[in-house]
Structures are given as C-alpha cells and as structure tokens.
Write a protein that binds this ligand. Structure first.
Ligand SMILES: [Fe+2]
Ligand SMILES: [Fe+2]
Length: 371
C-alpha cells in the first residue's frame, strides 16, 4: 500500500493496554487496515477518545492506574461515546474484567494470545453491528432492503461452508424490498446505509444488485425479470467467500497465483448457484458471465461478441461501475462521471451502446444521488 492509499478515509482504532509488548502487538496487527492510536494510561486515553471518537476501542484489563473496567465505565458515561464499539481483552479466560465487561454490555471479548484474524474479525463484526443497528432509523422498505440482503448474505456464507444450496425463493424474498425501493425511486438511504459497512463483498454485491435493478427498470424491465436482475446482482460474486481475505483485500497488484485464485470465484459462484432449487437461468448467466468481455479477453470462458448474454453485458457494466465507485479502506470512491469515462476507454471490451444507456439512466435518475 502506498502512503497516499494509507491516508484515505481509514478508520481509527484506539488501543488501550498498559503492557507495552501487548500494546505494540495489537497495534501492529491493526496497522495495515486501520489508523491506530495507543494508550497505557486511563486519563490520556479518555481525553483522546472524547476529543476524536474512534471507530472502535480495543481495551485491555491492564490500564494504569485503576484498570480497564474503570475506563470502560468512564467511556460509557460520556453521551457521545456510549455507541463506540468496545472489544475487551485479557490474559485469562476466567478474568473478572471480561465477565464485568460482558455484564456492562460489551459484546466481544478476546483472550490473549489471540490470532490477528480473530482481532480483525472481532472489530469488523462490532463495526458492522453498529452500522446495522443504525438501520432501525430509516424507512421500512429501505430498512427491509438492507436487513434482508445482509441476512441472506450471512446465510449464504454459512450454507457455502456446509456445502448446502440456497433455494431461489429465499433469494427472491430477500431482494423484493430492494426492487420496491428502486421502482419507487427511494433508494438513496439503501446506498447510505451501507457506506460504513465493513463487509466489502456484501456492500459491493448490494450496490451491484441495486444499480442493475435501476438500470433494468429504466429500460423497461418489469415484474419477475426485475427480481432476476436484483438476485443475480446480489449473488454474482458469492464465490468470493471462498477466496482468502488477504487476497480479496490486497490493495496492491495480485501475483499470477493470487489472480488465478481470485478469478476462481466465478466458477465457485456458478457451482453454488447451479445447486440452488428454482434459480432462474438469467440470474445464473449474470453470475457466470459478468467477467466475460465482448472481445474475448474476459474469463472464465473467453466468450466473444454475441455469445455474451445481454443480461451479462449489463451486469459487466454495473460490476465495473460498482467496483470503481465503491468505497474501500485503501481508496477513495471514483466520481460516477469519471468512472463512466474510464469505462468508455474500455472500447470494444464492453457493450458501449448499453454503457451510454446506463449513463443516461444515471443522469436522469441519480443526479442528486450520493454514491
Ligand atoms: Fe466478480
Ligand atoms: Fe463484482
């Protein structure tokens, strides 16, 4: 990651631990993903947390002079700080501190030594939990669009791990409010609702589902066919759940081996979806062909020209547009106009006629949309 990438919009995690070795271990584990501030002492930590509330706090039992629980109480008493997610750590799983912290409402605790992946997973879970709880404040249709798609995404991850299929009816149910939000023209809260979510695959898939539905609706797709666009968009990358996180989230160029693993997501997605009872062919086509290019340079099949299905051509455009305008920890989102310009430069790789139609759709319907 270069310094410019490091500076972009990264979340701040505050680590409080009086043991300098543990403190630097934890900070080291977080530093490639987050900005990190470290403290050993209670008052200095509270002052810094109150001055600039972090995205999350990793709080150990060992804090000078009065211990982690005293600081936890202080943080929870400050009105603006009571919603900051806190992960508590201790060196012993019978620690009184962890029991007290849990009784105090802390949801996530870790016992040292813990793996870096366990810490990162705990922070992601806490941050996403906070984002998902904020959805209770938005309108019912948009709220249902977010809640149902997030729920189905978690369910797919569990099913894939167990080698089980997902019935299309479940997917259809999860996408119905999303389609309703788009056809009713009230989808900006859906986009805003996932801005701070840390499950990038979910965020990307939701945005692809939404823009694909928006595109389809604007060019006359209706009824069940719109649901096919939404569900196809939502599941188009589910095979990425089998790709290791360090490959998936690598900000630098992938090696040839890593690229092969990454590209394998299309086949993984296809084999999961082909087992899904009732899945319409259109949704499968979107998933299996969204990396094909009209000039034959795409993958996994290297399809060319008319062999690339029209739904997949739309999905390719939305997928690239989504990837360029997605917000990542290491890159700012590209402006929609610039993304469309970049896609024009792709020439015969993508369907330029469909791209110009999508451009019109965006200009007509999303003028004031905050992507
Ligand atoms: Fe993909
Ligand atoms: Fe994608």
């Amino acid at each position: 990651m270069n310094p410019a990438q490091q500076a972009i919009g990264r979340d701040l995690i505050c680590v409080v631990d009086a043991n300098p070795l543990y403190q630097s271990d934890v900070a080291q584990a977080l530093t490639s993903t987050y900005r990190v501030s470290t403290f050993a002492e209670q008052n200095a930590a509270l002052e810094a947390i109150a001055f600039q509330p972090p995205t999350a706090v990793v709080l150990d039992e060992n804090v000078s002079p009065r211990g982690g629980l005293a600081l936890l109480r202080e943080i929870c008493c400050v009105p603006d700080l009571d919603r900051v997610p806190i992960i508590c750590t201790a060196t012993n799983d019978r620690s009184l501190f962890l029991a007290d912290a849990t009784a105090f409402g802390v949801r996530t605790t870790l016992v040292k030594p813990f793996r870096r992946s366990a810490l990162l997973g705990a922070i992601t879970k806490e941050i996403n939990g906070k984002v998902e709880r904020s959805w209770t404040r938005i309108e019912p249709v948009q709220r249902a669009a977010l809640k149902r798609t997030a729920k189905v995404f978690t369910a797919i991850s569990d099913l894939m791990a167990d080698g089980l299929p997902m019935p299309y009816e479940t997917l259809r149910h999860s996408c119905a409010p999303l389609v309703e939000a788009v056809t009713g023209g009230n989808y900006s809260d859906v986009l805003k609702g996932v801005r701070d979510h840390h499950n990038y695959s979910y965020v990307h898939s939701l945005r692809v589902a939404m823009f694909l539905t928006l595109f389809g609706h604007a060019i006359g797709v209706r009824g069940d066919d719109l649901i096919i666009l939404a569900t196809g968009g939502l599941v188009h990358d589910v095979g990425k759940m089998a790709v290791p996180q360090d490959v998936l989230n690598k900000p630098d160029r992938l090696t040839d081996d890593e690229m092969a693993i990454m590209r394998g997501h299309v086949v993984s997605t296809g084999s999961f979806l082909r087992d899904s009872p009732g899945l319409p062919r259109g949704a499968l086509v979107i998933a299996e062909q969204h990396h094909e290019k009209l000039d034959g340079t795409g993958y996994p099949y290297g399809l060319k020209g008319k062999d690339v299905n029209e739904l997949a051509r739309m999905a390719t455009i939305i997928d690239i547009f989504g990837a360029l305008t997605d917000r990542r920890a290491y890159k700012a989102p590209m402006e929609p106009e610039q993304a469309l310009h970049v896609m024009t430069q792709l020439g015969r790789q993508i369907d330029q006629h469909l791209l110009s139609m999508f451009r019109t759709v965006l200009l007509d319907t999303a003028k004031t949309l905050e992507l």
